[in-house]
Design a protein around this ligand. Structure first.
Ligand code: GCU
Length: 417
């Protein structure tokens, strides 16, 4: 990909492990904003101000989408093959005492164009057995990995060594969702597209490319996972247990990124809980805090993005990006989005940078008749900002999505009857 882009070398990312390294990750707010001027979400490329919803939908949003497609996440090809959903099993059981029906689903991707590659999307759907009609469903990008998978080590100084699994106190997120009378689903991203660069010639990306390497504006893993989530929603639209107009999406960390990308690109998703998404997610690319563009462009993570993204860690600077993450949030408007992060070991994701993006997306929500965050001031830890249609909360529990679930559900209740 570097050859294709004519790039000789990439700048190294921030070192999250060694605070004395010359390229140690920055956590000093005074140094965090080298490029304070963000691209304007409501100014067209020709310099004209966007003042009506119509101009947003017909002119500015397509410009922003094109920039994200080409430079950041890549394009979903036009000829992605069809998915046929199979209900592999249906089980009556209970969760936390609530009777539920669990459906195991497999999304078989038509591979007749390239039989060497097989993609079977794994999805489970759980709905309350006693529901009197279709229910809202929250779908999670699940941390479910192939056998033998080992997580690459996470920057220790930034996130805690290693992040302790959150102590299970109280009901699980699934039980909290069931308590509202809603259902939940878990989709397995790795069954759509592998989480590594070598996998780019396999999975759904490899299937469409017939095993060949990507073009610079081809989709990366984040858009592939998002595509898979949209296919799950196609299935929900056919299942009478689900109110497909009230399907929410949740993901943490890399899957927080995938959640925001899915929500931005597929207007059928009703709400999103974007947890600790960091760089490549809700965090502003122009921020020097925690993880950087250069980290995501490195060998361990570049596969999440379009090849073109490498340029911004090579000859170009972050300030050359035609868009920034506030505009990805703005692409979700007018639908509600909850942005969350942690303190005490979640510095790597730059929660303040995600807050700033959430603030800066506000004018687009307002233009579409919705409410922004309601403040521009970074709130104290554990303060829920959920009165608007963009919501935010920083919990104190480190790199985890667990502590923000009750607040997200409270937020979602405003929208799901
Ligand atoms: C690494 C990576 C992050 C990512 C995280 C995760 O820390 O740098 O971008 O969000 O892994 O997904 O756990």
């Amino acid at each position: 990909m570097m050859d294709k882009l004519n790039i000789k070398a990439l700048r190294p990312g921030a070192d999250g492990n060694n605070p004395n390294a010359p390229n140690a990750a920055n956590y000093d707010e005074a140094k965090a904003n080298p490029y304070p001027n963000l691209p304007e979400a409501l100014v067209l490329k020709d310099g004209k101000k966007v003042t009506t919803a119509k101009e947003w939908w017909n002119k500015r949003r397509p410009e922003i989408k094109e920039d994200f497609d080409r430079e950041i996440y890549g394009r979903v090809p036009k000829n992605v093959p069809k998915v046929t959903w199979e209900v592999a099993s249906v089980t009556d059981t209970t969760n936390g005492g609530v009777p539920v029906i669990v459906k195991k689903l497999i999304g078989h991707v038509d591979n007749s164009s390239y039989p060497q590659d097989t993609v079977n999307i794994q999805l489970t759907l759980t709905t309350p057995a006693k529901a009197s009609g279709p229910v809202p469903v929250i779908m999670q990008f699940g941390f479910v990995f192939p056998r033998g998978f080992r997580f690459p080590p996470r920057p220790a100084a930034a996130t805690g060594t290693p992040p302790p699994p959150p102590a299970p106190t109280g009901p699980t997120w699934q039980q909290q969702v069931l308590a509202q009378g809603w259902g939940y689903a878990i989709i397995v991203p790795n069954s759509i597209q592998a989480d590594n660069g070598a996998g780019l010639t396999k999975g759904i990306i490899g299937l469409v490319n017939k095993g060949q390497p990507r073009k610079p504006d081809d989709w990366g893993a984040l858009r592939a996972w998002a595509w898979g989530a949209s296919r799950a929603l196609d299935y929900f639209e056919t299942d009478k247990a689900v109110n497909a107009k009230e399907v929410g999406l949740e993901g943490h960390s890399r899957y927080g990124k995938a959640t925001l990308v899915t929500m931005a690109y597929d207007p059928r998703f009703a709400i999103a809980y974007v947890s600790s998404s960091g760089e490549g997610g809700a965090k502003l690319h122009r921020r020097n805090a925690g993880e950087l563009v250069e980290n995501v462009a490195s060998t361990g993570e570049y596969h999440w993005m379009a090849g073109n993204f490498l340029k911004y860690a090579g000859p170009l600077q972050w300030s050359d990006l035609p868009v920034d993450s506030h505009e990805l949030i703005a692409m979700c408007a007018p639908r509600p989005v909850f942005i969350g992060g942690g303190k005490n070991g979640d510095g790597w994701v730059d929660t303040r940078g995600m807050f700033m993006a959430a603030v800066t997306a506000g004018p687009v929500y307002k233009l579409l008749g919705k409410k922004d965050l309601g403040t521009t001031e970074f709130p104290p830890v554990e303060t829920a900002l959920i009165t608007g249609d963009i919501a935010f909360r920083q919990h104190s529990g480190g790199h985890t999505d667990v502590p923000n679930w009750p607040t997200f559900i409270e937020f979602a209740k405003k929208y799901f009857k």
